[in-house]
Design a protein around this ligand. Structure first.
Ligand SMILES: [Zn+2]
Length: 197
């Protein structure tokens, strides 16, 4: 295969869920589109690195230092919902069941992949709870092993603080990512959240 094609295919293959065949199919598809369309795609991708930043407060995607949610004065600043990845926020927002702030951990504790609590923004979470008068922390992590152990760890860390800790209800099928949970189920899980002793 000629070099420019090889180059794009090898970049596409680094993306999750894309193997040689899919990469080839996508590239052949792009080659059949007009060049204006391909240019727009490449500009959009460039914007990802040039325009999208991470919120300094919560870790959400943002344009600038503070995300839209952290900047919104209408949000209830006494509540923080803890998620693993920024895209979980969009999922929860789509349920319209939550009006507080968020905190993105940046992953889950996973000994097999060598991710320890120190690799996650747990210290930052504790600091926010201590400094910002937070009254409720809602754990919305995937109900699978890694999400469980991460939740346990955070609960232990928050216990000495004067804050209510709750977890979204177990309506989500075990082993499924928050990302793939449908809106209605996630909304119910939110409403049915339970306090952690
Ligand atoms: Zn933010």
């Amino acid at each position: 295969m000629i070099e420019p094609l090889e180059r794009v295919i090898s970049e596409f293959k680094k993306l999750p869920g894309i193997g040689q065949k899919t990469a080839e199919r996508l590239i052949f598809h792009l080659l059949t589109r007009d060049s204006e369309e391909v240019y727009r795609l490449s500009e959009a991708l460039k914007g990802l690195t040039e325009e999208v930043e991470r919120c300094q407060v919560c870790g959400n995607f943002s344009i600038g230092d503070k995300c839209e949610i952290c900047s919104d004065s209408q949000r209830d600043r006494k509540k923080i919902c803890v998620v693993s990845r920024p895209w979980d926020i969009a999922k929860i927002e789509s349920t319209h069941k939550y009006d507080g702030l968020y905190h993105v951990l940046g992953g889950l504790v996973n000994p097999i992949e060598d991710v320890s609590p120190d690799d996650l923004s747990i210290t930052e979470l504790i600091e926010r709870v201590q400094d910002d008068g937070v009254q409720e922390v809602i754990l919305a992590l995937e109900p699978k092993t890694e999400g469980e152990s991460t939740s346990m760890y955070i609960v232990k860390k928050l216990r000495p603080l004067d804050v209510e800790v709750s977890r979204i209800a177990q309506g989500i099928p075990v082993g499924r990512d928050l990302e793939f949970t449908d809106k209605a189920t996630l909304g119910k899980a939110f409403e049915g959240r339970r306090g952690v002793d």
